[in-house]
Write a protein that binds this ligand. Sequence first.
Ligand code: HEC
Ligand code: HEC
Length: 151
Amino acid sequence: MKKKLLYVVGAVVAVVFIPLIALAGDDNVPPITNALVQEECSACHFAFQPAFLPALSWQVMMQNLDDHFGEDASLAPGPLAEIEAYLVENSKRRGLVDVDNPPQRITELRWFTQEHNEREVRQMRERNNVKSLLNCVACHRGADRGIYDDD
Ligand code: HEC
Ligand code: HEC
């Protein structure tokens, strides 16, 4: 009961505040400074910066690496602990999280779908021959440095 109420309040607060945050123009994120994260998390796709997802999202993701979007991305316990700690430490701090269902995809977040509207993205794809939206650095040339607002 209590949880449900919190969720409703959260939805209202999110609707009011997310556009404000978007307007504040906080589009760049700190680059990844941990070599292990950079290496392990760029084996199959661009290494997304931890500031794009909240801590709980990373924790859930790191506990399910054996079925990571259909792939086995398992890690040994040592590296796993180091990577999870780094992701959590540098995770997104603001905004509310649905604790029962923390987001697992950056590309499904509301700000992301708004910034990457179909028409713009199609044009970008045609120009750059980019196959996947997950290839951030193909369109944002400073993406590996956390720079997304310079193009
Ligand atoms: C064995 C390959 C592999 C490795 C290693 C891997 N991933 Fe992934 N990851 C995938 C695949 C496949 C997808 C889904 C791709 C798609 O939807 O096109 C994905 C998707 C993601 C997404 C969601 C992207 C979005 O917004 O749609 C995140 C976040 C992510 N991975 C984080 C990580 C992190 C953090 C690590 C390092 C611990 C990691 N990945 C290592 C294969 C991998
Ligand atoms: C096909 C090209 C393309 C890909 C791939 C792409 N983006 Fe974008 N992105 C754009 C366009 C176009 C915009 C909107 C125009 C702009 O502001 O640069 C944008 C805007 C953004 C913004 C807001 C920047 C601003 O100045 O307001 C962020 C942050 C961002 N993208 C992050 C990402 C991340 C993270 C990824 C990978 C998961 C990604 N993008 C993948 C084309 C792309």
